[in-house]
Design a protein around this ligand. Structure first.
Ligand SMILES: [Zn+2]
Length: 233
């Protein structure tokens, strides 16, 4: 079996290996203004979005980091503090649930669990190659691991999203394949936004879940309009 056709291995690695993904990055313009007294002030303005590939730590490590950083506390205002308190509690709860399940799995395979859940999970998975798993065990473990990954991603991602009914103006797709649930869904286009942020429109971006194209929302609106006109013509 290869990594591509082994769903259990994929699910384990999603939690224990570094993740690469495309993310929007602000394009920032800096300009200087001078007042009547000749005092210069530097300003920064977000003028657009570009996509970059970033390498993120393994999801279990990200969860761990989130717990640590929110425990360090934030003094940047009450809203942030309460947000981090919510993350703190839910991240801790999720981490404890995962740790306890992985420890149980390890004990069943005769592995002594360490304090490192990612390492334990990898050790458990290696042991399943030796002892084997029933199809039923494999399916249910894979489902559990995918659920954890989805839950961690949802907790750590501050972006909200809204899907759009239009076909993708870049690839023309009207549906997309979700690797995490292994299902096909309609409406590949989504707008991602931060509901609390300043410059909400400038900082929002559109993403096609079929071809991974990224737009700022104004570009996307324009492209969708153009595509619709072509289709009518
Ligand atoms: Zn597309």
């Amino acid at each position: 079996m290869t990594a591509q056709t082994d769903p259990l291995l994929e699910a384990v690695e999603a939690l224990t290996k570094p993740q690469s993904r495309k993310e929007p990055q602000d394009i920032i313009n800096t300009y200087v203004t001078k007042d009547d007294e000749g005092v210069e002030t530097e300003h920064q303005k977000v003028v657009g979005t570009q996509k970059v590939t970033v390498i993120l730590p393994p999801l279990l490590k990200q969860l761990d980091d989130a717990i640590r950083s929110s425990m360090g506390g934030s003094t940047r205002g009450a809203a942030l503090a309460s947000e981090s308190a919510v993350l703190n509690v839910s991240a801790l709860y999720e981490a404890m649930k995962i740790e306890s399940q992985v420890r149980d799995w390890c004990r069943l395979r005769g592995i002594t669990p360490t304090k490192d859940t990612a390492k334990d999970l990898a050790a458990w998975h290696a042991a399943t190659y030796l002892d084997g798993l029933t199809d039923e065990q494999e399916t249910s473990s894979t489902r559990t691991l995918r659920k954890w990954a989805t839950s961690i991603r949802g907790m750590l991602d501050p972006w909200r999203e809204k899907d759009l009914p239009d076909p993708c103006p870049a690839c023309g797709a009207t549906d997309w394949w979700d690797m995490s649930t292994r299902s096909r869904y309609l409406r590949p286009l989504i707008i991602k936004y931060r509901p609390d942020g300043a410059d909400m429109v400038e900082r929002s971006y559109g993403l096609c879940r079929a071809c991974e194209e990224v737009w700022n929302v104004r570009e996307l609106a324009y492209d969708i309009e153009q595509a619709a006109q072509h289709a009518d013509a």
